[in-house]
Design a protein around this ligand. Structure first.
Ligand code: MRU
Length: 344
């Protein structure tokens, strides 16, 4: 399985996800500004991958800082992390990654700039390696939930493109497939930026997993016709009570799953949990450029000047979630208690 983001000789090498599926192009980010732009424009995307991008982005900034005084260096790194924190607001992992990087500097006693730079890079590599291990553990924990001949609906892209490797929701599906289970995946296009149509279909086909693409507004009809036996999605931020922000459209899928008696699972690592928020009410929801709605792949599809609302995420209330699949196992309600296993 491939990697969407790697450190490469002082640069961050990414698969530019805006060009998929037509072209699988790798780009190199060599500055904080380039990394910020790559995050903002979704060249790199998906909550766990954003944690890694934030960590490596901090290293890009750190390596270009000229300061020789440790205090000056630490202040300059603070400006780098503050800048990266403005790239996208919703995914908890981005802030979690930045906090880990800041803690490295707080913990160092030697206060030697060259050593601090080295320690930051080591921490970023650790974050990447840990994410891969978390995805493996999530896949292992979730695999028993998948039954032979399951028809699984997922949303957006929570595969290897969105993580260090393997994926969360798709990781569970990959593991079931590796264990010889015949599964079929339904994926909605995921308007407006089409992560489902462009990325998840591409990933799954590459792994020989049968996938059927539907428009987002077909989910109800497809569930009603008995074609979906379970839903597995990823997450961008999980509040202490289990309310979960994920790609816009997830909430509607959860409501429909409840109506049709279909189990609804959220697969995510503990780095996506935000225990500072008691519920999903205060999860910051990113609003993006209206152009993403008025234009489909660069072609205008709505009258110029039309009013647009374009939230990138919605919050699924915990009551609609059957269970969380985490590196600590499958966690069932009451989530305010079971999710505590994810609290460090
Ligand atoms: O806007 P995106 O493409 O970054 O949104 C991604 C999602 O909503 C994913 O489902 C989530 O980040 C989990 S990725 C393992």
């Amino acid at each position: 399985m491939r990697q969407a983001i790697v450190w490469d000789n002082g640069a961050v090498k990414l698969i530019d996800q805006t060009q998929l599926p037509e072209r699988c192009v790798k780009i190199r980010c060599t500055s904080v500004d380039e990394m910020w732009e790559a995050i903002r424009s979704l060249r790199v995307r998906g909550a766990p991958a954003l944690g890694i991008a934030a960590a490596y982005g901090t290293c890009l900034g750190a390596q270009s800082i000229q300061a020789t005084s440790p205090d000056e260096f630490c202040h300059a790194v603070e400006r780098v992390t503050a800048k990266l924190a403005t790239a996208r607001p919703t995914a908890r992992n981005l802030f979690w990654g930045l906090e880990r990087m800041k803690r490295v500097l707080e913990a160092r006693e030697d206060r030697d700039v060259a050593m601090m730079k080295g320690a930051l890079l080591e921490e970023a590599h650790r974050i990447r390696d840990e994410d891969e291990a978390l995805c493996r553990a999530i896949a292992e924990a979730g695999e028993p939930l998948v039954e032979q001949q399951d028809q699984i609906l997922t949303h957006c892209n929570a595969g290897w493109l969105a993580t260090a490797r393997y994926g969360t929701a798709l990781g569970v599906i990959y593991r079931a497939h590796e264990r010889g289970k015949d599964v079929h995946v339904y994926i909605g296009e995921t308007r407006p930026l089409l992560q489902g149509a462009r990325l998840t279909t591409w990933e799954l086909r590459d792994h020989g997993i049968p996938v059927t693409l539907i428009c987002d507004n077909m989910v109800g009809a497809v569930m009603k016709s008995g074609k979906v036996s379970k839903v597995i999605v990823g997450a961008d931020r999980i509040a202490a009570n289990g309310d979960t922000a994920n790609k816009i459209g997830t909430y509607a899928i959860a409501v429909l799953a409840k109506h049709h008696g279909i189990p609804f699972y959220v697969a995510a690592p503990s780095s996506t949990c935000d225990f500072s928020l008691p519920s999903g009410e205060r999860i910051p929801i990113e609003e993006r450029d209206p152009k993403e709605v008025t234009e489909g792949l660069g072609v205008r599809i709505a009258p110029r000047g039309v009013q647009v609302y374009n939230p990138a995420f919605d919050v699924t209330p915990h009551e609609l979630i059957t269970a969380f699949v985490t590196e600590h196992g499958v966690l069932y309600p009451p989530f305010d208690r079971s999710l505590k296993r994810c609290q460090a």
